[in-house]
Design a protein around this ligand. Structure first.
Ligand SMILES: Nc1ncnc2c1ncn2[C@@H]1O[C@H](COP(=O)(O)OP(=O)(O)OP(=O)(O)O)[C@@H](O)[C@H]1O
Ligand SMILES: [Mg+2]
Length: 264
């Protein structure tokens, strides 16, 4: 694996995944997955449908306990800890299938997420409105979540995660379902999160132009195994990655009409 691995205050990577394996009734969804992510780094995770990407996030964030291996956050073993505890420790994820509370307003949805930390009502409201503004949903704050179009639901999902002020943010296909013109503002926001807030990002994405633009390093999963890891250019020119996932289409850094590599 290439790329720098800066040390954190605790003297190691911010996220360390070691030898993770997870099976579902004989299906090896993950085997021997291991990697490190430094503070402030952006790691892209790619691979075909069913490669184990979402399962990896489920293991990292505590929704699933791995059969083997471990996950450490800032040097602390969090393997199998409850998701809310991991979120409190600073690692928060978004869901591939959004699950907002449809009957609640955008502000109520975001406030509910922000509430994982106790704070006075006014501060909770201010923080939630700030985040809503930041993701570009300002004009929807008092509308019901059910009134949001797909792009709005994606932004709401992001706002709910940001309201928890994560040190590490895991994004599961935040661009899926967005038309190219809707993607750029989200990518700008993610770049901004790293620049201004120092947020460390792990993002699963099928839109390769976004991966090329945002990722410092890329991890490629295939049938639960790590097929490759390296810079975006290294992995996209790796014949094994081209064969298993990319095909022969050219991969550019232009986040325009780039084809995606999955239908989800
Ligand atoms: N809770 C579960 N029970 C049984 N099988 C599961 C479960 N979760 C995932 N799987 C299986 O594990 C494999 C990996 O699934 P996963 O959702 O992690 O893939 P993915 O890489 O996120 O795919 P996609 O790109 O389609 O989102 C698949 O074969 C899937 O059917
Ligand atoms: Mg998935």
């Amino acid at each position: 694996m290439t790329g720098t691995t800066e040390t954190t205050g605790a003297g190691g990577p911010l996220v360390r995944v070691t030898g993770v394996g997870k099976s579902f009734r004989g299906l090896h969804a993950l085997s021997g997955v291991e990697f490190e992510v430094a503070e402030g780094e952006i790691l892209g995770i790619i691979g075909p449908n069913g490669a184990g990407k979402t399962t990896l996030f489920n293991v990292i964030c505590g929704a699933l306990t791995p059969d083997t291996g471990s996950v450490a956050l800032d040097g602390r073993d969090v393997t199998g800890s409850a998701p809310y505890k991991i979120a409190r420790a600073g690692m928060v994820r978004t869901f591939q299938l959004m699950r907002p509370f449809g009957t609640m307003t955008v502000l109520e949805n975001v406030s509910l997420a922000a509430q994982h930390e106790r704070m006075p009502a006014q501060r909770l409201r201010d923080r939630s409105l700030d985040v809503i503004e930041r993701v570009g949903l300002g004009s929807y704050a008092y509308r019901r979540a059910t009134e949001l179009p797909t792009a709005g639901l994606k932004r709401l999902e992001l706002a709910r995660a940001l309201a928890m002020r994560p040190k590490v943010l895991l994004l599961d296909e935040v661009l899926a379902g967005l038309v190219p013109a809707e993607r750029d503002p989200v990518l700008d926001l993610l770049a901004d999160l790293r620049e201004k807030d120092g947020t460390t990002l792990l993002f699963i994405e099928h839109i390769m132009a976004a991966v090329m633009r945002l990722a410092d390093r890329v991890l490629v999963l295939d049938q639960g195994r790590m097929l490759a890891a390296g810079t975006p250019h290294e992995v996209t020119s790796d014949p094994r990655v081209i064969e298993a996932y990319l095909g022969e289409e050219p991969v550019t850094g232009d986040a325009g009409e780039e084809p995606t590599h999955a239908d989800s």
